[in-house]
Design a protein around this ligand. Sequence first.
Ligand SMILES: NC(=O)c1ccc[n+]([C@@H]2O[C@H](COP(=O)([O-])OP(=O)(O)OC[C@H]3O[C@@H](n4cnc5c(N)ncnc54)[C@H](O)[C@@H]3O)[C@@H](O)[C@H]2O)c1
Length: 267
Amino acid sequence: MLLDGKRLLITGVLDPRSIAFFTAQIAQEQGAQLVLTGFGRGMRLTERAAKRLAEPPDVLELDVQQPEHIAAAVEDVQQRWGALDGLVHAIGFAPASTLGGGFLDAPWEDVATALHVSTYSYTALGAAFADLLAVDGGSVVGLDFDAQVAWPGYDWMGVAKAGLEAANRYLARDLGPRGIRSNLVSAGPLHTMAARSIDGFGDFDAVWQERAPLGWDLRDPAPVARTVCALLSDWLPATTGEIVHVDGGVHAIGAGVPAEHQPGGSD
Ligand SMILES: NC(=O)c1ccc[n+]([C@@H]2O[C@H](COP(=O)([O-])OP(=O)(O)OC[C@H]3O[C@@H](n4cnc5c(N)ncnc54)[C@H](O)[C@@H]3O)[C@@H](O)[C@H]2O)c1
């Protein structure tokens, strides 16, 4: 199995639609042992989602804005396994004022929250778990949304993702010598709780239907989750600082795919 015996910490399971939930499910099928994290009022949802997995994993409380939560999670994994093979960062949050057209007016305090939770926490978690990830060599994987261009409504979250892309490269630089890889999966749009909070998210559907040469299903996070699992495995051992696009091919295509060339179209 792809992840036989791997010890993984997976953040970001909120409910069974979460990208991290699908990742946890596939990782278990592939032989991994898991610990999940949740936070705040979402903890109960995370615990409920955990029970839907074949082997319900423990859930730790981890709000990335609380340094003591991060320290406690490191301590837990140290006691539990004494090492960590993989860390999944599937965390994103931006206050409403910073999304959906608020780019020019968003106050710094709200922008700071978006950057703290969605960007800085990637480095903070990678650094905090580095000693445990270095024991047997490890893989850190984060979730990205293509930040090369400006999108409708994505606003400061787009800036946060651009920062995440840079942070991924710096983490790869600084943790690589210790045998730790850092990579992002740049996902196409998916109907999760986080996505629902973005005004105008529905517009992405039309873009992906028009431009994805492979087609794209907004209700199926499995392709993204499978790619996360591949990056957690031993099968990409010399890949770090990379962004793997799992978006049906949209990032590579400038204009719409002609109707006759679309999936299911006549040729
Ligand atoms: N859904 C999409 O279209 C899409 C596309 C590309 C990338 N992503 C990214 O995938 C990741 C997972 O999001 P999702 O779409 O599965 O949605 P989701 O709502 O299921 O997950 C977001 C997670 O972030 C967690 N979170 C928010 N603030 C936190 C904090 N302070 N501390 C710890 N955890 C916190 C939430 O608890 C939740 O589990 C995010 O980074 C998101 O930006 C999503």
